[in-house]
Design a binder for this molecule. Structure first.
Ligand SMILES: [Ca+2]
Ligand SMILES: [Ca+2]
Ligand SMILES: [Ca+2]
Ligand SMILES: [Ca+2]
Length: 786
């Protein structure tokens, strides 16, 4: 079947320009419907006569009569400037224009003139009748100006998330409440706890299955319905995936991450492993695979956007580098700050934090006002949504605004734009450090506060980053003792120009370090990573409560702090033990460095930063400006067009051509198979190898994730044919045929061999489906934040 990809691609290439043509013809929305009065602004020569006002007034009067227009007098305070209007109905507009133009051009006293055009301006003040809107300080903060997401100007330009669907992966969404129902997307929703399409939350003994509904309201609560609140992206559609109300397995998580992923654009996840300060956990094999698959295949290939909360374990010394969802390069990791911009007691810090946005603080601070369920004790509206749970959906809403203005942003574009636009601000807890590319990052606040205005303006002018390039070092075997502080174990690995040549990587995005360490008390370990620029990341923070005696087994820490820096050079890690002498020394066994980035040079990064800053005046944030999008994205409902008979005929013809071509190709393939089966003996003589590559439908975006099919160095001296393909889980399978000298047959020697590690990000060797539980069920390793 894969063989038919070529004719179908031909069809796509042939039809795409046609679609483009049709869509541009229907894109006009210039019908204002207003009756236009013809008016001209005229500047008279101030040196006329004595130049006094009365003389100019008289001159204007004479001129207006000569040209047959009404003199409306001086324009505001601009002396010498007069407004003339056409009041007659006899002549056509064109004739009037011609006559006026001729007279004004020749008249000695006219210095300059211009016909007045209708200007398109939108009102700057928004009025919402929602009773709780005045309390939604995170949207517009009048008490502490500036401490909000700066979104109202974006809404005023009709950017509200229109055409974008956000899904809340949580304990259900009560889509029947007034503020959710009009924006609810049943197509994007599902219930994995009860295995049905309806994600309605279940009233339980504690009345706490309101969590998903609260998150949904933050994103898409309906404005101007005289009820409760307003969502960040109130023009978007909102779906719910119910998965947290019962036992959760790796496979359920994997299904949730890819559920309806051509409908759902953004997955908002306000939950994660236990925030008890002693857990090290993240997505397991299937969950990881689903996250990766989502960014490759979701959203028509532009990649699902996964927004995750950084966690609520601050009071337990927890750190989001011990949370695999936060560490994942596929997730947008979002932390919380309170109304004063400070890190609240519950917030966690880590090197993989991308940015922060607002949420609750201690008792004196206001919490987030949003929708609520109205089951049990709920009223449909709450002033008490809290934690990083409340921050992640606000970020998801802002991403929806970005995707409205530029639907073809890839998952990496979204992360880049956050890095480029998040704002640093003064806070006594935030230790800011400027990296080699000029970006400021703090482990507490990521790259800074998310700002809806900056995000959408940058999104509007953003052209996609080059495809994802990666580099993976060998597994470096160290087996060295870890000394007690102040001594450190220092390890380093040099990445050379030649190492990066293959992938073309020049600048960094994420940097990952996978370690295996034995230690009698894991929380005593501290690990720092230094990029070639000297930028440091505390990837392994000490944790007082983590007494785990098993150390780390291939745990991957990640940092975003070297974003935009040159990838080449020496990477160092410094490991130390802050514990007591009495404990046995830990052993640093192995580590492996993984770099992600692109072919952008440091100059490209600097140039893009300049472009982003230039876009911030709002001059591009209107309907008249749009960059072209590459093929792949389906045309949204708003921009749909009517198919005419001619279009249908053309498509029919192209379809027939494709069918004919497919048949021809099949016959040719069949004939070549027959002939090649007799040729095979000849071509496999000696020790030469035939390497067959079936790349299937791998396009540029499959390349992006580093999944390009590689030539496999598997041929032994007697091996004669190798066949390689990937199954739907992206696991490579190799069939190796060996020549049997006694016969003329080939024997199948190896099968189901996983793809080699040097380019794969992970593989699925262990299909164990681990059962995990929600916090409230006692035996916890996964919980909601908030
Ligand atoms: Ca249900
Ligand atoms: Ca409302
Ligand atoms: Ca945590
Ligand atoms: Ca992440």
């Amino acid at each position: 079947m894969r063989r038919y990809v070529i004719p179908l691609m031909c069809l796509c290439f042939v039809t795409w320009p046609l679609f483009l043509l049709l869509s541009t013809h229907t894109g006009s929305n210039d019908a204002t419907g207003l009756v236009e009065e013809l008016t001209w602004a005229v500047r008279l020569d101030p040196s006329h006569g004595s130049g006094r006002r009365e003389e100019l007034d008289a001159l204007a009067e004479v001129l207006s009569h000569a040209v047959g227009l009404e003199n409306r007098g001086v324009i505001g305070e601009l002396k010498d400037h007069y407004l003339f209007a056409h009041i007659g109905h006899g002549q056509s507009k064109e004739n009037t224009r011609r006559k006026v133009h001729a007279i004004f051009t020749q008249h000695d006293s006219v210095r300059w003139f211009s016909e007045q055009k209708l200007l398109k301006r939108s009102k700057r003040s928004l009025h919402f009748n929602d009773p709780k809107y005045p309390q939604q300080w995170h949207l517009h903060n009048s008490r502490s100006p500036g401490m909000d997401i700066n979104v109202t100007g974006v809404w005023e330009r009709n950017v509200t998330g229109r055409g974008v669907t956000v899904v809340v992966v949580d304990d259900g969404v009560q889509y029947t409440i007034q503020d959710i129902q009009p924006n609810y997307s049943p197509e994007g929703s599902y219930d994995l706890n009860s295995n049905d399409p309806d994600p309605m939350p279940r009233p339980d003994g504690y009345s706490d299955n309101h969590h998903g509904t609260r998150c949904a309201g933050e994103i898409a609560a309906v404005p101007n319905n005289s009820f409760c609140a307003v969502g960040v992206a109130y023009g978007s559609r909102i779906a719910g995936i119910r998965v947290l109300d019962g036992p959760l397995t790796d496979s359920m998580e994997a299904i949730a991450f890819n559920k309806h992923y051509q409908i759902n654009d953004i997955y908002s996840c306000s939950w994660g492993p236990d925030d008890d300060g002693k857990t090290v956990d993240g997505p397991h094999q299937l969950g990881k695979a689903a996250l990766q698959h989502g960014v490759i295949a979701g959203r028509k290939g532009f990649g699902s956007i996964f927004v995750v909360a950084s966690g609520n374990g601050g009071q337990y010394d927890d750190n989001c580098n011990y949370d695999g969802y936060a560490n994942s390069i596929y997730t947008v990791t979002i932390g919380a700050v309170n109304e004063a911009g400070e890190m609240p007691f519950y917030a966690e810090e880590c090197a993989s934090m991308l940015a922060v946005t607002f949420s609750s603080g201690d008792k004196q601070m206001r919490s987030i006002v949003t929708s609520d369920w109205d089951l049990q004790k709920g009223t449909g509206c709450t002033e008490g949504h809290t934690g990083t749970s409340a921050a992640a959906p606000i970020a998801a809403g802002m991403v929806a605004l970005m995707l409205q203005v530029r639907p073809c942003l890839t998952w990496r574009d979204v992360q880049h734009i956050i890095v480029f636009t998040a704002t640093k601000y003064e806070d006594h807890q935030a230790a800011w450090k400027t990296n080699g590319a000029g970006f400021n990052h703090s482990h507490q606040h990521g790259f800074g506060l998310l700002n809806a205005w900056r995000l959408t303006n940058a999104a509007k002018v953003w052209e996609s980053v080059p495809y994802l390039a990666s580099y993976v070092s060998p597994v470096l075997k160290e087996n060295k003792n870890i000394p007690l502080v102040p001594h450190v174990l220092e390890l380093s690995w040099n990445v050379t120009t030649a190492d990066l040549l293959l992938s073309g990587m020049r600048t960094l995005e994420h940097v990952g370090v996978t370690v295996s360490i034995t230690h009698p008390r894991r929380g005593n370990l501290q690990i720092q990573l230094f990029c070639p620029s000297g930028m440091s990341s505390l990837i392994g923070a000490t944790r007082k409560l983590d007494a785990d005696p098993n150390g780390f087994t291939e745990w991957t820490f990640s940092t975003v702090r070297c974003w935009g820096e040159n990838a080449e050079g020496a990477y160092r890690i410094l490991v130390t033990d802050v514990g007591e002498e009495t404990l046995k020394r830990g052993v640093f066994q192995t580590w492996q460095l993984t770099l992600y980035g692109s072919s952008w040079t440091p100059e490209d990064v600097a140039e893009r930063r300049r472009l982003v800053e230039e876009s911030q005046g709002g001059q591009f944030l209107n309907d008249n400006f749009s960059l072209p999008c590459p093929p792949g994205l389906e045309i949204s409902e708003q921009d749909s067009y009517t198919i005419t008979n001619n279009t249908l005929r053309t498509l029919m013809l192209l379809g027939c051509f494709a069918v004919f071509w497919s048949l021809y190709y099949t016959v040719e393939l069949y004939l070549s198979r027959i002939s090649s089966s007799s040729d095979l003996d000849l071509s496999c003589e000696g020790s030469s190898c035939i390497l067959s590559r079936r790349q299937g439908s791998s396009g540029p975006r499959q390349l992006e994730a580093g999944l390009e099919t590689e030539s496999l160095p598997l041929c032994g001296s007697n091996d004669v044919a190798v066949d390689y393909e990937e199954d739907e889980d992206n696991v490579g399978h190799v069939a190796l045929y060996r020549h049997q000298p006694s016969t003329t047959q080939f024997r199948l020697m190896v099968e189901n061999r996983p793809k080699p590690q040097n380019n794969a990000i992970f593989d699925l060797q262990d299909n164990e489906d681990t059962v995990r539980h929600d916090t409230r069920d006692g035996d916890t390793n996964l919980n909601e934040y908030g």
